[in-house]
Design a protein around this ligand. Structure first.
Ligand SMILES: [Zn+2]
Length: 520
């Protein structure tokens, strides 16, 4: 099954039709692909006495236990556990399928061999952009690449792209979802795309040169990098009146940053720019977008593709599926994956809005949407950063707080131990690049008050930096996830002093620098 009618109808079905379609697709996916050829799920279903026929509605999904990133991580006994999740049929088994025999008789053996190779043989490997856990390989076959391109085409469609658009893809060159999805989105939708690789390959100047030459309608990249790019463009007096969309991925996008990006776009002459966010993750092999909305209203959430995947919202503590509209953790099940495939994948991302099936108030598409702000909860736990100076800190809240702070262009929160002694008290240094000419003292006081009021912690000091220094601190354009929170606290047992790279502020080489920003 490659494409069917739902490819063209994906955005027009109502809730009941969506659920019925998804149940049918899930059953076929389990019966024809997962249960015969996925080592992990074949064994799991056998042990639980389950078959594809046990799934008559999508409520039956709960019969399948969750899969999490930790299930794929290597152990001493199983150093390559991720392989158990790869759909890997034996050629012998495929040759015996009635469908294979029929097609071979009608179209010839070599034609069928090529088709099966396209469907099942891995052609591309992504790596998860792990911050807390180590990166894991995730395989795509040609079949997955076609789905990736279709998902990308839909991102363009939802964002309101037009075929005459010119697009700059400023995601870092990397074996990551964001870059490749954007690449295939452009070719599948049919727009002119050029990829800069972010700041690492061409530097900010190279990106700006390309903006001057290409005069793009769309810039797509990581929020902090696009912010720095536009900031620099505005400083240099560059004009980019043609710019219509700024599409962002790889990190969450705060309301504050949306406003700042729109302001900067105005400074380069683009008066009516949509700043749109996307949400995706490696394990989904797809991403979802917001549609354009009036600037005095709120975005309506991430538009899902119900024919390609089922998204559930579950209680992050109990794992119980929650009704539409309830905040909770995002759980993902693909309906047409090959290569690496995980069912009921727990993303660790929580939305405070939940899922809705109501037609979108802005674009009218009746697809399920993930609404509200998305926060990554697992990392806060895994990184053991939830307690600072003896106070419980909601880092997601802190992040929104600083993103939305007036007069702040970019920021970084650095955690240290006093004298770099692991047994000493925590120290917090807030690094700030100002967005205007506000005085250091005034802003420093304002930020300390703002932080204390909402989180009950004070930064030990606030340090101000130029745009260039802040870019270096954050690793903008060099790393996929800009370093907005870095942990320089030595662990017990480590010798104290930071490495020279930490001392001089380089953000890329520290052994324990980590980042709390969300949404890959
Ligand atoms: Zn919409």
């Amino acid at each position: 099954m490659k494409w069917n009618n739902s490819k063209n109808q994906w955005s027009q079905l109502g809730e009941a039709a969506i659920r019925a379609m998804q149940a049918g697709k899930l059953r076929r996916f389990l019966r024809d692909v997962v249960l015969p050829y996925s080592p992990h799920y074949r064994e799991l279903f056998r042990a639980r006495g389950l078959t594809a026929e046990d799934f008559s509605s999508i409520d039956d999904l709960r019969k399948i236990p969750f899969t999490s990133k930790s299930d794929l991580l290597p152990t001493d006994a199983q150093p390559a556990r991720f392989k158990n999740y790869i759909i890997a049929p034996e050629p012998r088994d495929l040759a015996r399928r009635p469908g294979t025999i029929c097609r071979a008789l009608m179209r010839g053996r070599s034609h069928v061999q090529k088709e099966l190779g396209d469907e099942f043989r891995p052609r591309l490997i992504f790596f998860t952009t792990g911050r807390a856990a180590e990166p894991l390989p995730f395989c795509l076959t040609q079949h997955d690449i076609a789905n990736l391109a279709e998902a990308g085409r839909r991102v363009m469609d939802v964002c309101g792209a037009r075929s005459e658009f010119r697009l700059i893809n400023a995601f870092p060159f990397a074996p990551h979802l964001a870059f490749w999805l954007t690449h295939y989105a452009g070719t599948e939708f049919g727009v002119l795309v050029t990829s800069t690789g972010g700041g690492k390959v061409m530097g900010t100047e190279g990106n700006l040169r390309l903006i001057r030459k290409l005069i793009p309608d769309v810039i797509i990249g990581v929020p902090t990098f696009v912010y720095h790019l536009l900031h620099q463009a505005a400083d240099e007096g560059l004009r980019c009146e043609n710019l219509k969309k700024i599409v962002l991925g790889g990190e969450k996008l705060s309301d504050g940053l949306r406003h700042k990006l729109r302001d900067l776009a105005r400074e380069v002459g683009a008066t009516d720019v949509d700043v749109l966010s996307t949400y995706g993750f490696t394990e989904a092999k797809m991403a979802f977008a917001e549609c354009p909305y009036p600037h005095d209203e709120s975005p309506s959430g991430f538009h899902l593709y119900p024919d390609m995947a089922i998204v559930e919202i579950v209680d992050p503590k109990t794992g119980e599926p929650l009704p539409t509209g309830s905040p909770g953790e995002i759980v993902f099940t693909p309906l047409d994956a090959r290569g690496s495939a995980v069912l009921r994948y727990r993303t660790g991302d929580c939305t405070d809005g939940g899922l809705t099936y109501e037609p979108c108030p802005h674009c009218g598409r009746s697809v399920p949407r993930i609404t509200g702000k998305i926060s990554r909860v697992t990392e806060v736990r895994e990184m053991n950063l939830d307690k600072l100076k003896g106070t419980l800190v909601d880092f997601n809240q802190l992040e929104h707080l600083l993103d939305d702070a007036p007069h702040v262009g970019a920021w970084q929160l650095e955690l240290r131990k006093r004298n770099d002694d692991p047994h000493e008290v925590d120290e917090i240094i807030l690094h700030v690049q100002k967005s205007d000419g506000t005085g250091d003292n005034e802003l420093s006081h304002g930020l300390r008050d703002r932080m204390f009021k909402h989180t009950e912690i004070h930064p030990n000091r606030v340090e101000f930096h130029s745009a260039e220094d802040m870019r270096r601190l954050q690793g903008v354009g060099v790393v996929m996830k800009e370093q907005k929170v870095v942990d320089h606290r030595p662990k017990s047992g480590e010798t104290g002093s930071p490495s020279p790279s930490q001392a001089n502020g380089s953000a890329t080489t520290s052994h324990n620098q980590r980042n709390l920003v969300t949404a890959q």
